[in-house]
Design a protein around this ligand. Structure first.
Ligand code: DGJ
Length: 737
């Protein structure tokens, strides 16, 4: 709504503008505009002060009386902050500001100062329950604009924030910092849950109090950006939130490249969260008339702990973000750990038969099927040469796809199209397509280099790899898209301005993925990065699922999957049964069932009982997977602090639920000494509890004749009887009729 500030009469009123409440208040001659963004339970309230600065005056529980938002600033007596900018909605630098800025620029005339004043705002409806608020800010001295976007998802309490920068100065402007969002929170204390990791050690949590100064979460790795630290985090206000108590914000960047999230507790004890792409090595040159748009920073809020916040994110992701979020997922047999690079057509034909025998939907052919001059027989060669290896596959992929059809299963394939081995024809033909410093030695990550996706020709090549596979094999049903190297020696032979490399790389990747999705909107794609090196919602909007970790030891996986589950719904988590770990097959299978089930084992080597168990497990899974995929997830017993980990999925009608329980501590007599309290059931309903996925010949100690009220199961709980003789137990809860 442009020009609202023209209204200059003495008034304290309330207007409804395209569904958006805007409050005007006048004190003396100054007028303030208050803009609340409300979702089902929370509100982000912006206010324009008499200097036309746009501030965040509130982020918290929604108030019943909307008119009262305007009164919030009066309730704080935090004294002067010397700048009037501590709670700026987008802190400019080089003027009054004394804290971490959201944006830093050098203007065309060399001046480093920026001031951003409110000009106008408007709100549009983007669909049921989704609205987009945009606020235009302008520098009063320079022809320099910033538009802030706030997309809110009412039911899910999710907000996505991003910004767009443009100018009409007489030359280029350099952007030194360009955050997506600058959020302000007020509390007595702030508690951060953050994650670190490495290959096979993803999502290791750490929790600490955020003290005064700046705590930064960031990545400078380029491609496999989340390898050491993902952008997902949680902030609890006043005290660390538990699963069901406490005020918590969960946030992350929707960006698959370098990111930077600064958490600054300012001198007045406010928390400022400044999140965006990392400006590391990336000052951006913006021409007059050009637009620079940042990716979104996403967050949700809950006053009822981490569990509720995560369920909101799951709902949002399924409803709006992940490809086919409301659909189902294919079970599969993958050959990676069964064969590694050592296979040929005959072996694969046998594996296709095993796929059918196992009863899963699809066979996934992993790394090693390509390269002729430099065959891909290990990870030193062939990457980039995407033709079938004639020795291993003399009849090509096409014959395998046919063979799969003959076996009544689908066929999927692994690619890593962003990468190249120096030992490849692609590298020989197109050295200029490779990210490397022309005058320096190459440095490798897994013996490979990254292709320069800033170059449209490389984008065409990568799109072509996928398009070619589908054109030649229209029945191809699945792609696993891997990404195993970080960026060393960041340099593009294509770009004129090397400072744009990291940003343009990710934009190039998204261009390719967008093109793929336009032509192949439904095909399942797995997002893999040597494990979970690249899980974020920027990428996941093009994918149906992700690979959390190459570590498939089920004990480790319980912890890894647990932490990912705060941010991503179970249907997106690809979990495979492998030979990692010391746990029995049942334990390994039960853990993999907590998401999208797959197998990566040598089926032909299973003894008859193990095989029968796996075949039944697939059937059992097929019967309950809709609850795991689309139900509400509740964490019951945390493996970090208990000997038994328990996690539950409940359907929306509260008539059926599945509870997974695992022994995670092998010390003497450890087990489920206490009942596990269920959640999410209807207290008034009666339920029967049954153990499922039993190993052949094993009888359950659970009495299925007993009927319990939801009230009982949620207040007293139920003992799954987990102990050293029953290390994993899956329960199905069904409403008794
Ligand atoms: C890394 C992936 O995480 C594995 O699952 C496998 O696909 C290998 N790459 C293949 O090289």
């Amino acid at each position: 709504m442009r020009g609202t500030t023209k209204a200059n009469k003495r008034l304290c009123g309330l207007f409804l503008i395209i569904g958006q409440l805007v409050l005007f208040a006048t004190t003396g001659s100054a007028q303030t505009v208050t803009i609340p963004i409300e979702t089902a339970g929370h509100a982000l309230v912006l206010q324009v002060n008499n200097h036309k600065d746009l501030n965040i005056i509130y982020l918290g529980k929604k108030l019943a009386q909307k008119e009262e938002y305007g009164l919030i600033p009066n309730s704080y007596r935090q004294y002067s902050d010397y700048t009037g900018l501590y709670n700026s909605a987008y802190t400019p630098s080089g003027g009054r500001n004394l804290l971490e800025p959201a944006i830093t620029v050098t203007h065309a005339d060399g001046n480093n100062s920026l001031d951003l004043r409110y000009v106008s705002h408007k709100q549009t409806w983007e669909g049921e329950g989704v609205s987009l608020l945009s606020i235009l800010l302008q520098d009063p001295v320079y022809k320099f604009d910033v538009t802030l976007y706030f997309k809110s998802y009412f039911k899910e309490d999710v907000i996505e924030q991003w910004s767009s920068v443009s100018h009409n100065e007489k030359g280029n402007v350099i952007l030194y910092k360009y955050a997506s969002a600058n959020v302000c929170l007020k509390a007595d204390s702030y508690w951060l849950r953050q994650y670190h990791g490495d290959w096979a050690k993803e999502m290791q949590p750490e929790e600490s109090r955020i003290i005064h100064g700046i705590k930064t979460l960031d990545s400078k790795l380029g491609t496999r950006a989340n390898l050491f630290q993902p952008s997902m985090f949680m902030i609890s206000l006043d005290k660390p939130a538990t699963e069901d108590e406490g005020y918590v914000m969960m946030g992350s960047m929707e960006w698959s490249g370098n990111f930077k999230i600064d958490l600054e507790v300012d001198p007045q004890n406010n928390l400022r969260v400044i999140a965006g792409m990392n400006n590391y090595s990336s000052p951006y040159t913006l021409k007059p008339g050009e637009k620079f748009e940042t990716p979104a920073f996403l967050y949700t809020l809950s006053g009822n702990g981490k569990g509720e916040a995560s369920r909101k994110l799951h709902a949002w992701a399924r409803n709006y973000k992940i490809t086919d979020g409301k659909g189902s997922r294919l079970t599969l047999l993958n050959n990676w750990e069964a064969t590694y690079f050592d296979f040929n057509e005959n072996k694969l034909v046998e594996l296709l038969k095993d796929t059918r025998k196992l009863g899963v939907d699809l066979f996934l052919l992993d790394d090693g099927w390509f390269g002729n001059k430099y065959p891909r027989n290990d990870d030193h060669a062939g990457l980039g040469d995407w033709e079938e290896n004639r020795q291993k596959l003399p009849n090509g992929i096409a014959s395998l796809v046919k063979e799969a059809q003959a076996n009544g299963v689908k066929f999927g394939i692994w690619i890593e199209p962003e990468m190249v081995n120096p030992k490849s024809e692609l590298y020989e033909k197109h050295p200029d397509w490779v990210v490397r410093q022309p005058k320096r030695d190459e440095y490798y990550f897994r013996n490979q280099l990254v292709l320069d996706l800033t170059n449209p020709k490389v984008q065409d090549f990568i799109y072509g790899v996928v398009d070619d596979l589908f054109s030649k094999n229209p029945q191809l049903a699945y792609i696993k898209w891997d990404c195993n190297a970080v960026v060393y020696n960041a340099h593009s032979a294509y770009l004129k301005n090397q400072n744009h490399f990291y940003i343009k790389y990710v934009e190039g990747l998204y261009n390719v993925l967008k093109r793929i999705r336009v032509k192949y909107p439904d095909v399942p794609l797995m997002l893999c990065s040597g494990g979970g090196g690249r899980v974020d919602y920027g990428a996941l909007q093009y994918f149906t699922e992700y690979w959390p970790s190459d570590n498939t030891d089920p004990l480790e996986r319980i912890f890894i999957q647990w932490e990912y589950s705060y941010f991503y719904p179970a249907l997106s988590s690809s979990n495979h049964v492998t030979d990692w770990g010391k746990q029995p097959l049942k334990f390994r299978t039960d853990v993999a069932m907590m998401g999208k089930l797959g197998f990566d084992i040598v089926v032909s080597k299973l003894n008859p009982t193990d095989l029968a168990f796996c075949q039944n497990a697939v059937k059992t899974y097929d019967a309950v997977k809709h609850i795991i995929f689309q139900g509400d997830q509740y964490r019951l017993s945390d493996p970090q602090s208990n000997s038994v980990a328990s996690l539950m999925y409940v359907n929306h009608d509260k008539t059926t639920a599945v509870v997974f329980n695992y022994l995670v501590n092998n010390r003497y007599e450890e087990g489920s000494k206490m009942p596990v309290r269920f959640k999410g059931l209807d207290p008034a309903k009666k339920y029967r509890v049954k153990e499922i996925n039993l190993y052949p010949g094993v009888n359950s100690s659970i009495d299925t004749d007993l009927v319990y009220s939801g009230d009982f199961l949620m207040n007293v709980g139920f003992n799954p009887v987990v102990n050293s003789g029953r290390t994993s137990v899956i329960l199905k809860i069904e409403a008794a009729v």
